[in-house]
Design a protein around this ligand. Structure first.
Ligand code: FAD
Length: 503
């Protein structure tokens, strides 16, 4: 039996490992961290569980092609409870003139009829734009991540034919219009500032607007739910599936180099030792791997394009992630809220004018009884800011400063938490870099307006028996790309070794 070595036990590595193992390969995953899941993770502090990855799961809808993949890798089962809270998100808008404050709640409902009625009531002058938005969302309900087989694959079960893509045509014809503007531009056409903020806070506002409509369509179609247990459960289910099939994960083992001999991947150097293998699947950050994981940087055309596109400022998503445990029961409040700041503050050279937080309830196991876990993401490239803070010895002080600024804003929004903080933490891009080895701690890729979306190959031309998978391969990334590229890499492996791909 051929021995396959996989670099990284994130979602892509686990998926590749499961399909390779099902197809009859001997598979060992080498993971530098002490656990599996990579960026699909959560962390526990003093009885609080902070969801650090999944906010919604594409493919959690049972009629979606990707759902079959999530089931094949054991991530979701018949029994998995999927939460599809409606509204998905709200914006608590407040504005003040002449000493009076006007407060208005704007809701992003999954239910299209409800959404249209609600937004038209909130802002009658936006009615034509609301109707256009809802038409776009309807078109995108048929859009889904395609799951296809590579050409000339021998397989036990064929993926649905490409003809299935035809139903996506109404959405596809809107892409030229949407991809010519950013999410922020698309939102800016609405007159109501609360609608603008709500739409800009669903996905990163610098993405091209296609990403917003893909997400809204996903939510409206019954997809984009949150699986019970979130990131940790998803990764644990896949780990169990992989190990149940006889796959092996070696933790605390960082792959230093992929070894190539005679143009063929033949193993890896791990902890100074040579580990031979018949094939290698690299699922750690492709952007880093092409420059650091081989004796010579990978110089193929696609790798040069990846560097050119991704080493540009603002091309990748990085964040500071703030988690706060409070001894207050907030279970009657919406799960996901955006709100404007009365007192904007500066962070890492950027003006923060609004915040968005997620609430997790004690009754769902995310906090001690009667308590709540709150998480917030401050997006933006703050890598150099944090790096400099660490070099200057004020890293922890800066973390506290950011936490205090956020807490002050949150206490105005949620007075019940005042004086009730039990635990807090700030993860920075440096934390993500240390934890998952991604470039500058980035965890997704932005395709800005008017730029071409590039699909990178899972297989280099000049290194045989070597494969790539993971979030970088298809922008914007995320777990759907991780799992589907893991599957594609395993298909190339099967084709190269003349083996039937078994799903
Ligand atoms: C705050 C946040 C929110 C998110 N929200 C969502 C969401 O709502 N929905 C969604 O779908 N996605 C979301 N994502 C993105 C998603 O979590 C990631 O895109 C996805 O988990 C990436 O999986 P991956 O397997 O490609 O890579 P990674 O998760 O980066 O896994 C790579 C693995 O390789 C290991 N590794 C790295 N280098 C080496 C080496 N040299 N040797 C051995 N092992 C190595 C790492 O430790 C890691 O375990 C979010 C991410 C974050 C951080």
């Amino acid at each position: 039996m051929n021995n396959i070595l996989i670099v990284g036990a994130g979602i892509a590595g686990l998926a590749a490992g499961i399909y390779a193992r099902k197809s009859g390969f001997n598979v060992t995953i080498y993971e530098s961290h002490t656990g599996a899941g990579g960026n699909c993770t959560s962390w526990r502090r003093k009885g609080y569980l902070f969801e650090g990855g999944l906010h919604w799961l594409t493919g959690s809808g049972s009629d979606k092609p990707l759902n079959r993949v999530w089931r094949e890798v054991g991530a979701l089962t018949e029994e998995t409870r999927i939460d599809r809270g409606d509204p998905f998100k709200i914006c608590d808008w407040s504005s003040g003139t002449d000493g009076t404050t006007v407060r208005q709640r704007v809701c992003l409902y999954r239910d299209m009829a409800k959404l249209k009625k609600h937004l038209c009531e909130v802002s009658p002058e936006d009615a034509p734009r609301v109707r256009a938005l809802c038409r776009d969302i309807t078109r995108f309900t048929a859009f889904s991540v395609p799951v296809m087989d590579i050409p000339l694959l021998k397989t036990t079960v064929k993926a649905p034919s490409i003809l299935g893509l035809i139903k996506m045509l109404p959405a596809v014809v809107r892409i030229p219009f949407l991809s010519a503007q950013s999410v922020a531009d698309y939102a800016a056409r609405f007159k109501h500032p609360g609608i603008r903020l709500l739409l800009s806070s669903v996905v990163n506002p610098n993405y091209d607007a296609t990403a917003l409509l893909v997400t809204l369509g996903c939510l409206a179609s019954g997809d984009g739910g949150y699986n019970e247990g979130g990131s940790v459960a998803l990764a644990a289910n896949m780990t169990r599936c992989f190990e149940g099939l006889g796959g092996v994960i070696r933790y605390g083992k960082k792959v230093e180099k992929v070894l190539v001999s005679g143009g063929r991947a033949c193993g890896a150097c791990i902890g100074g030792e040579t580990v031979p293998a018949d094939g290698v699947i690299v699922t750690s950050d492709t952007l880093r791997a092409i420059d650091t994981l081989f004796d010579l940087p990978v110089r193929e055309g696609w790798a040069c394009t990846m560097r050119a596109k991704m080493y540009r400022p603002g091309a990748l998503i990085m964040c500071s992630f703030i988690s706060i445990g409070v001894e207050a029961d907030l279970s009657d409040l919406p799960e996901s809220t955006a709100f404007p700041l009365e007192n904007p503050f500066e962070h890492a050279g950027r003006q923060i004018t609004s915040l968005a937080y997620k609430l997790y309830r004690g009754s769902d196991g995310y906090a001690p009884k009667g308590c709540s876990a709150i998480t917030l993401i401050i997006s933006g490239d703050s890598y150099d800011y944090w790096k400099q803070a660490r070099e200057q010895g004020c890293y922890d002080d800066r973390k506290r400063e950011l936490f205090e600024q956020i807490l002050a804003a949150l206490e105005k929004q949620l007075p019940a938490i005042t004086g009730k903080v039990a635990v807090w933490d700030v993860a920075t891009p440096l934390t993500y870099e240390r934890y998952s080895g991604t470039w500058h701690g980035s965890w997704m890729t932005i395709t800005p307006a008017l730029s071409r979306r590039v699909f990178y190959p899972c297989k280099p031309k000049r290194i045989r028996n070597c494969y790539f998978a993971g979030q970088r391969i298809t922008p914007p990334g995320g777990t759907p790309v991780a799992v589907s590229t893991g599957r594609t890499a395993a298909q190339y492996l099967c084709r190269d070794f003349g083996v039937v791909f078994t799903s």
